[in-house]
Design a protein around this ligand. Structure first.
Ligand code: NI
Length: 139
């Protein structure tokens, strides 16, 4: 008997959120010098691509129940961040809400629910010209 073929499946989500870049222990002048206009509160329409991996179930033909994936990411990430101020979220206390840190935070929210062995990648698009990939602390 051979092992089931493995694959990776990606589902896309969107949400809109506001943020500003600001390092608390820096002076306002240092923040403005480094971040410039990004210190001013503004919004983005984010796109989130969540990739799960694993063996393809021989009965369902799926790597993961994609309806279940939609529900979990919706409840855990989209409901939390859509129309939210990222700087006000406890997960960004002491973390500048950059696209990099948003990808890490999304991973930290999803890994316990999907299983770190099933979650392959989180890709966060801040806009059509910028995205960040995160594949976990070991990736
Ligand atoms: Ni921004």
């Amino acid at each position: 008997m051979t092992d089931a073929p493995r694959a990776a499946s990606t589902r896309r989500f969107t949400f809109s959120a506001g943020h500003r870049y600001w390092v608390e222990r820096w002076s306002p002048e240092e923040n403005e010098r480094f971040f410039g206009r990004l210190t001013v509160p503004h919004g983005h329409n984010y796109t989130l691509d969540v990739t799960v991996r694993g063996p393809i179930d021989p009965e369902t033909g799926m790597v993961f129940d994609l309806g279940e994936l939609k529900r979990i990411v919706g409840e855990t990430v989209v409901d939390r961040f859509d129309h939210a101020d990222l700087n006000a979220d406890a997960l960004f206390r002491g973390r500048v809400p950059t696209t990099e840190n948003l990808a890490i935070v999304v991973w930290e929210l999803l890994a316990p629910k999907l299983g770190a062995d099933r979650l392959a990648q989180v890709r966060v698009w801040e806009d059509p010209t910028l995205y960040v990939d995160y594949r976990g602390p070991d990736g």
